[in-house]
Design a protein around this ligand. Structure first.
Ligand SMILES: C[S@@+](CC[C@H](N)C(=O)[O-])C[C@H]1O[C@@H](n2cnc3c(N)ncnc32)[C@H](O)[C@@H]1O
Length: 412
């Protein structure tokens, strides 16, 4: 590598970092570069911010989205689908191998274009009205994305509504954060960062919600318009609280659910830990008794209501409980023959240790963080489980994120 802060330095990219930037020896970080590429540019603080690609990778493609250059929403649009899939699988393989684990890695399931059903848009007032979209890379500048190919068509079509919300309720210099979720019953919109509500603003927002047929409009903590904003979990309707966790795409949710089902085949009494609003627990109740445990009481209430209104489900019990501080103990776990566990990014160190002691026969482990997933699997394997298979699931297409669903079974 030739070094120098003002001269063009030429480097060869060795690998991608976890944020999707190319890394050359040094290390020198190069945004939007791919392994094997020779690039040059001025290095400042270990970064070539404006690289010229001297030798492009055969994995380099023209970005499929016309907004990709300006928009910070996607990180990997310059790489082929095969490259991204292979890289994500490798992230998982390396995380497992760092814990001394090897297993069958099933083919990755990538969600289609235009399938992300929730987006956090940003909106600002402008001299002419308002501008809504995503942030430019590493910037608070908002970029309009009318032809975004990531989100569902209904979400892309919501951008004028998001702008109208900013015209009505953004302060002159502030930015609105507008979480829009595509629901069967219309859009579910949760706004934060706006002006405080007063009588006039409440009335204007309620009228806007009605004009756009929104299923729900929430302004900070106040719900201004409401018809039930349903999500259907394998045919079971649930109304999640505003902004509550939801799997990012319907295709991804179905793949995860199929994986959970396969991992727990034959089980009749299940516990779903970090259950959310019942994405897995309620469909599993079509064939097994289920106990669902989740930290957010409002999500547990939504799950319970979904269960009460559904037909033909087996018994579902539930509790709101902090599983980091107060994990289910072996005495409580002993009655189950299968566990679903789907923790947040931090993983579930404390709860996994208790499952390992309880020796519940089968585990379906879902995770959005390969590193904590591998750590938690290593604890289970050390306690006598086998990691039967892992399936990568890419719901966050063109990002650096990847999820997994996996099966573990207790060996005699
Ligand atoms: C990755 S989400 C999975 C939710 C659900 N399984 C689904 O697929 O919709 C993780 C869930 O863990 C919950 N959670 C986060 N920290 C928790 C804690 N300390 N104790 C219990 N639940 C927690 C979150 O509220 C969220 O619903």
């Amino acid at each position: 590598m030739e070094q120098g802060s003002t001269h063009a330095t030429r480097v060869t990219i060795e690998r991608l970092g976890h944020r999707g930037d190319g890394i050359a020896a040094g290390p020198v970080y190069v945004p939007d570069a791919l392994p094997g590429e020779v690039v040059e540019g001025a290095v400042q603080s270990g970064v070539i911010a404006a690289p010229r690609i001297v030798t492009p990778s055969t994995d380099r493609v023209a970005a499929p989205c016309r907004h990709a250059k300006a928009c910070g929403g996607c990180q990997l649009q310059h790489a082929s689908d095969d490259f991204v899939a292979g890289w994500k699988v490798d992230v998982i393989r390396r995380a497992l191998s760092a814990q001394g684990l090897e297993t069958e890695l099933r083919p990755i399931a990538t969600s289609p274009r235009q399938s992300r059903r929730r987006a956090a848009f940003s909106a600002r007032r402008t001299k002419k009205g308002a501008l809504a979209g995503f942030h430019r890379k590493a910037s608070d500048v908002v970029v309009a994305v009318p032809d975004c190919i990531l989100v569902t068509p209904a979400l892309a079509a919501a951008l004028p509504l998001v702008e109208a919300l900013a015209v009505l309720g953004a302060s002159r210099k502030g930015e609105l954060s507008v979480l829009v979720t595509d629901c069967a019953s219309g859009l579910d919109v949760a706004v934060s960062g706006g002006k405080p509500l007063d009588t006039a603003l409440r009335a204007d927002l309620a009228a806007l919600a009605q004009d756009h047929g929104l299923s729900r409009l929430t302004w900070d903590d106040e719900t201004l318009a409401f018809k039930p904003a349903f999500q259907s979990f394998d045919g079971i309707d649930v109304v999640p609280p505003p902004g509550a966790f939801l799997q990012a795409t319907e295709a991804g949710e179905q793949t995860l659910r199929a994986g959970v089902n396969a991992a727990l085949e034959g089980c009749t009494h299940l516990v779903d830990l970090f259950a959310g609003c019942g994405t897995f627990a309620l469909p599993l109740a079509k064939r097994a008794r289920v106990h669902a445990v989740e930290g957010e009481a409002a999500m547990v209430r939504a799950l319970d209501q979904g269960w009460r209104q559904a037909q033909g489900l087996r018994h579902v019990t539930h509790e709101a409980r902090d599983l980091f501080r107060n994990p289910l103990l072996p005495d409580e776990l002993k009655r189950f023959d299968g566990v679903v566990i789907d923790p947040p990014r931090a993983g579930a160190e404390a709860q996994i240790a208790e499952i390992a002691s309880a020796r519940v026969p089968k585990i379906a482990h879902v995770s959005c963080n390969p590193v904590t997933f591998a750590r938690d699997c290593a604890t289970l394997v050390a306690a006598g489980y086998r990691l039967d298979w892992v399936m990568p699931v890419d719901q966050f297409r063109w990002s650096t994120h990847v999820e997994v669903v996996s099966a573990l079974s207790l060996q005699d």
